[in-house]
Design a protein around this ligand. Structure first.
Ligand SMILES: C[S@@+](CC[C@H](N)C(=O)[O-])C[C@H]1O[C@@H](n2cnc3c(N)ncnc32)[C@H](O)[C@@H]1O
Length: 136
């Protein structure tokens, strides 16, 4: 299977999951279990905050969140550190929600539809990368 076809398959598989994640019941479960209604992986708020501390980011620095889903945990890390953020994933349903999340931080933010195996960025343009619950 070509890399492009793999990306398409990933996008379709997750689009189905994201379509089911927007119910009020699903949001309540995520908020209760993970501490955030945005997350759809297994990273809790406490773990996202620990990541924010470990990455040593700050204003003027740039984080790449790979497989960000609906903006998690990149948006939380950017909010805590003031760094700039680029969130990437494949399903448009997820990225639409991510757009709402990433604008909450102080720094600049962008949402990019991109396959983690074929990233459209030049080398060395990020200070750190996060990928929570993502197997590309
Ligand atoms: C379990 S979700 C986790 C989402 C988010 N990081 C979180 O913790 O809530 C896994 C995400 O990885 C994305 N993903 C999987 N393979 C990918 C790839 N090759 N390129 C970009 N995103 C990918 C999926 O589309 C999905 O949104």
């Amino acid at each position: 299977m070509s890399e492009r076809a793999k990306g398409q398959a990933t996008s379709e598989s997750y689009a189905y999951k994201y379509a089911r994640l927007s119910s009020d019941a699903a949001k309540e479960v995520r908020a209760a279990v993970l501490g955030s209604a945005v997350a759809n992986g297994y990273t809790t708020v406490a773990q996202a905050d620990r990541l924010a501390g470990l990455l040593r980011l700050g204003p003027g620095m740039r984080l790449l969140d790979l497989g960000s889903g609906r903006g998690w945990p990149g948006a939380r890390i950017a909010e805590r550190t003031g760094c700039d953020l680029v969130s990437t994933d494949l399903p448009l349903l997820a990225l639409r929600d991510a757009r709402v999340e990433v604008v909450r931080s102080e720094g600049a933010a962008a949402v990019v539809c991109a396959d983690g195996r074929l990233l459209p960025f030049r080398d060395a343009c990020f200070d750190a990368a996060s990928h929570a619950d993502v197997l590309c």
